[in-house]
Design a protein around this ligand. Structure first.
Ligand SMILES: [Ca+2]
Ligand SMILES: [Ca+2]
Length: 209
């Protein structure tokens, strides 16, 4: 909520961007997990990523930030296998993914990798926050990636998203956490049924004039 207020005030007053400095950018190609907790590297489709996770928090602390008023955080994530989006049957969904900064949630949404027919469709909230009814894979940057486990042999069962949020932030340190709340009571092996990985984290410090 704080985040929304800041954006409103940001656009309503005359403040303009003075500087934008990349303070952290990690695609894990150099195997660097400094500052992370609960992170594990894996190779997926010839790319080094952090994952995979099923209802398990992972995060990092970015320290020594320069003076700033806003942080721009970009998270590239991979949504693997059978995510059910907004499905509210309590058996397969809803399947939430969310992240926050300094113990305050910034963004919560759902993703769907499920087929969508005219008669039956498991919608997802992304690119909006929960709850919106968008088509599966809306707002994605790549859909032509095989699944990881349950649908490891099937094309188009990993979907990549690049999520960017700007938040009000002034501290010299930021703890970014990510997690999911996946419902897969219909599966013997939830980790294999649906999971996610982190492919890139970028943090930019913004100042206003
Ligand atoms: Ca599922
Ligand atoms: Ca599910």
């Amino acid at each position: 909520m704080l985040f929304l207020l800041v954006l409103v005030s940001f656009s309503a007053c005359t403040d303009t961007l003075e500087s934008e400095q990349v303070v952290y950018d990690n695609d894990f190609s150099n195997l660097d997990l400094a500052g992370f907790y609960n992170a594990r590297l894996q190779i997926f489709q010839n790319d080094t990523v952090v994952g995979y996770y099923h209802n398990e928090e992972v995060g990092l602390t970015v320290s020594n930030l320069p003076a700033h008023e806003l942080l721009k955080i970009t998270l590239d994530i991979l949504i693997h296998d059978s995510w059910d989006g907004n499905s509210d049957d309590g058996v397969g969904g809803p399947d939430f993914w969310f992240f926050g900064v300094d113990n305050e949630e910034v963004f919560r949404t759902t993703f769907s990798n499920s087929p969508c027919e005219t008669t039956y469709c498991l919608f997802q909230s992304y690119p909006d926050a929960y709850f919106r009814q968008n088509l599966p894979k809306s707002g994605s940057v790549d859909t032509k990636i095989p699944g990881l486990c349950l649908f490891g042999a099937s094309d188009n069962y990993t979907t990549r998203y690049s999520i960017t949020k700007i938040i009000d932030h002034k501290n010299f340190e930021a703890k970014i956490y990510m997690n999911s709340e996946l419902v897969s009571t219909n599966s013997q092996d939830p980790f294999c049924d649906e999971s996610w990985s982190l492919a890139n984290v970028k943090v930019e410090a913004l100042t206003l004039k």
